[in-house]
Design a binder for this molecule. Sequence first.
Ligand code: FAD
Length: 438
Amino acid sequence: MRTAVVLFTRDLRVHDQPALATACATAEQVVPLFVLDPRLAGRSANRDRFLHQSLADLRATLRGLGGDLLIRRGDPVAETIRLAREVDADGVAISADVSHYARHRQRRLSDECERHRIAYRAFPGLTVVHPGALTPTNGDHYKVFTPYFRAWAGADWRAESAGPARIRLPGGPAVGRLPALPDGESPQAAAGGETAGRRRLHDWLGDLDRYGSSRLDRYGDSHDDLAGDATSRLSPYLRFGCLSPLEVATAAGDGAGPFVRQLCWRDFHYQVANAFPDLATTAYRRGAAEQWRYDADALDAWQTGRTGVPIVDAGMRQLQAQGWMHNRARLITAGYLTKELGLDWRDGLGWFDRWLLDGDLPNNSGNWQWVAGTGNDTRPYRGFNPLRQAHRFDPAGEYVRRWVPELAGVAGAAVHEPWRLPLAVRAGLDYPPPLSDR
Ligand code: FAD
């Protein structure tokens, strides 16, 4: 092949990037391209900022390899074809994604390539195992996690692709400017980019404590400890493809251990979304009873972390401060919204989507539906008790005091139940009574 255009989407890396690696191995010249698509911008200021940071980092890395990242704005299909014709490309490569929008984009791109006699190829790379690659004997996708995990852990994973040693760009096309870095909404949001993601991965795998064990080694015991904050925080980098999930799973090297099992949850929701692309809007489980309340005040209290239930409010405040929330807190806040307040999971999903750096359709929707009982949970009607969760996963109340400064002066586990404090103490706290008792 003479010249290939690689259209980046949310695979913003050079390590183990099959579309880029194959283009570099088979074409004399390669044109890395990103198209700023106005239809995707503006849903989350946090993610817009993370994306731009990731693009700047990718551009710097590609320049270091002798190439560049070309930036265009508009419809990705029209812009890719325009550039492909300008450089007389004979191939276009992309990483395959699962949402309605992405699949429509892929279909259109494939059709346009065919029309212009350009070879089109979609590559794996957004998950460890490609969605749809594993199917049960009686269906087109796995509906239950455990059998999927068994098949996933036992499957032959694709070989990792080597990063390109050098990229040869054709002369001619303008590289295009990256617009100024947009403001995010969360003051403590992590910064995007493959470089930052690899640093975090390295720390996560490599940082040994004085007993010679890494944070990964302790993950099984510590990942639910809210105050310990002992999870990898790799999710935003996986969301934007700054890290290859396959590389993370392989590098973790704990086979079917607890950390890799969590990565499998990610793949699980992708294969569900691949088979059921309406996951963000429609109950996945057929016959799920959906009788939600719509209460703007209650929703507002939940969103702003003023429900009067400290463990819920702590999670919601962390979300706004960091654009990220601990998984246990996500379970608690989502469970509270849907099972305690009885509000529609779609309203919770939308709020998470606005703030989360890692927010994406398969994982956000799959997890919301799981919690709400409309999704893949095999026990959809299980009860939910935020107080019990609080005492179990934040036994000393540290997580709550960290995120709810109004309660910083309340010692120990008493912070979880401010309504039990003596009246005089309670009166001095600028903190509301529990919403569900109002
Ligand atoms: P770690 O504990 O270090 O786990 C490693 C990786 O495994 C994560 O980075 C993530 O990619 C994956 N993972 C872990 N738990 C899950 C899970 N339950 N489902 C899918 N993948 C998982 N995750 C997202 O990536 N995007 C979302 O939009 C998202 N929305 C969620 C909404 C709700 C209501 C809930 C309950 C969970 C949601 N999750 C989502 C899953 C999970 O909370 C985050 O992936 C995790 O907290 C990220 O932190 P970490 O990287 O430190 O995770």
